[in-house]
Design a protein around this ligand. Structure first.
Ligand code: TRP
Length: 334
C-alpha cells in the first residue's frame, strides 16, 4: 500500500476564531485527516511576533487545542501539538535564516501590513515570521499545506527556501505544495461585505466568533447588511446577500443554486433568520464540546504531550540531517 502523503497546517492562538476560519480551514481538516498523515500545530511562537499578554496567550493555547478537538481532529489519527514544545522549529529557523535575505523578507505583503498595524513594535520576529513558518512545514517533509489566499506568498517562500537549501547542500527537504480546498468558503464581513470577515473588526456585529452562543449568532445575522432589492440571488452587485448565500451553502452542504431556489420569494428578514439558525446549528455543538474539553486541562495536557512526542521524532530526523549537511559536528551521547 502506498504511504499516505503528509499534510501540515497550523493556526495561531491569538484569540477569537471566526466562522471564516472554521469554514475556510478547520472544517476541512476533519475530512483531510483520513486521507493524509496530518500534523496540526498551535503556532504559539508565531503569536509572539505581536505583543501578547502572557496569561492570555497561555489561555489561548488551550482554547485553540480544545477547538481543534471539538472540530473533529482526532489525536489518534493526527498529530496535534504546540509549536514551542518541539524546539526543532526554533532551531531549524536559525539555520534557514542564514540562507534568507532581509530584502525578500521585507517584501512580504504580511510583513508590510503588520508593520503598518503594529508601528510601535516592528520587531525582528515579525520579519522572520515566514522563515519560522517554512521551518514548521519543512521539518515534517510535508507534501501539502492547506492555505488561504493570505498565506500563499509565505508558502511560495517556503518552497523557495527548500529548493535553495537542497541546491546548496543536497537533497534534504521535500518541496511542499499548497492545497486550495474546493469546499473552503471565503466568508466576508456581515457589516461590510466587500471586506473579509475579521476577528479584529471593531464592530462586533461584523463577525461570528466560534464562541458566540445561538442567540448571539442569530442576532448578528439579523443585523447583517443587505440591500434594498429584495431578491435572494448570488450576484456581484449584491455582496451582502451573496455572502449570506455562501455561508448558508457552506453550513448546509447545499450548492448556491439550491440555496437560491430554497429562498426564492422569501423576505430578507426570514432569510437572515434561517441563515443564522443554520450557522448556530453547526457552531453551538462545537462551542459546547470545546467548553467541555476546556474543563479538563489534564486531558488536553495529555493530548499535547503525546502530540509533541510524535512530532519531535519526525522533526529531529530532519533537523539532524540539516545540521549534518551544513557541517555541524553531531553531539556524542552516552
Ligand atoms: N501563518 C499561518 C496563519 O496565520 C499560521 C501558520 C504558522 C501556518 N505556521 C504554519 C500555516 C505552517 C500553514 C503552515 O494563518
Amino acid at each position: 500500500m502506498e504511504e499516505k502523503k503528509v499534510l501540515f497546517s497550523a493556526i495561531q492562538p491569538s484569540g477569537i476564531l471566526t466562522i471564516g476560519n472554521y469554514l475556510g480551514a478547520l472544517r476541512n481538516f476533519k475530512k483531510l485527516q483520513d486521507d493524509y498523515n496530518s500534523i496540526f500545530s498551535v503556532a504559539d511562537l508565531h503569536t509572539l511576533t505581536v505583543r501578547q499578554d502572557p496569561a492570555t496567550l497561555r489561555k489561548n493555547v488551550y482554547e485553540l487545542t480544545a477547538l481543534y478537538l471539538a472540530c473533529g481532529i482526532d489525536p489518534e489519527k493526527s498529530v496535534l501539538f504546540v509549536q514551542s514544545h518541539v524546539s526543532a522549529h526554533a532551531e531549524l529557523t536559525w539555520v534557514l535564516n542564514t540562507i534568507c535575505y532581509p530584502g525578500e523578507l521585507s517584501r512580504m505583503t504580511q510583513f508590510k501590513e503588520k508593520s503598518k498595524s503594529h508601528e510601535d513594535n516592528i520587531n525582528m520576529g515579525l520579519m522572520d515570521y515566514p522563515v519560522l513558518m517554512a521551518s514548521d512545514i519543512l521539518l515534517y517533509q510535508t507534501d501539502i499545506v492547506p492555505v488561504g489566499a493570505d498565506q500563499k506568498q509565505h508558502l511560495e517562500l517556503s518552497r523557495d527556501i527548500a529548493i535553495r537549501f537542497n541546491n546548496r547542500f543536497g537533497e534534504t527537504f521535500k518541496v511542499p505544495d499548497g492545497y486550495i480546498s474546493k469546499t473552503a468558503a471565503r466568508v466576508m464581513s456581515l457589516q461590510e461585505p466587500m471586506k473579509k470577515m475579521s476577528k479584529s473588526d471593531a464592530n462586533l456585529n461584523a463577525f461570528i466568533s466560534m464562541d458566540d452562543d445561538t442567540d448571539t449568532v442569530i442576532r448578528k445575522f439579523k443585523r447583517a447588511i443587505t440591500d434594498s432589492d429584495n431578491r435572494i440571488i448570488f450576484s456581484e452587485d449584491k455582496p451582502g446577500i451573496s455572502n449570506l448565500l455562501t455561508i448558508y451553502s457552506a453550513v448546509s452542504d447545499k450548492s448556491i443554486e439550491e440555496a437560491e431556489k430554497e429562498f426564492m420569494g422569501c423576505g430578507y428578514g426570514d432569510f437572515k433568520l434561517k441563515v443564522g439558525e443554520a450557522v448556530a446549528a453547526i457552531t453551538e455543538p462545537i462551542r459546547l464540546e470545546k467548553n467541555r474539553l476546556l474543563a479538563n486541562k489534564d486531558y488536553l495536557d495529555d493530548v499535547l504531550k503525546a502530540g509533541a512526542e510524535r512530532a519531535e521524532r519526525i522533526a529531529y530526523r530532519t533537523l539532524s540531517k540539516v545540521y549534518k549537511k551544513v557541517g555541524l559536528v553531531p553531539r556524542k551521547r552516552g
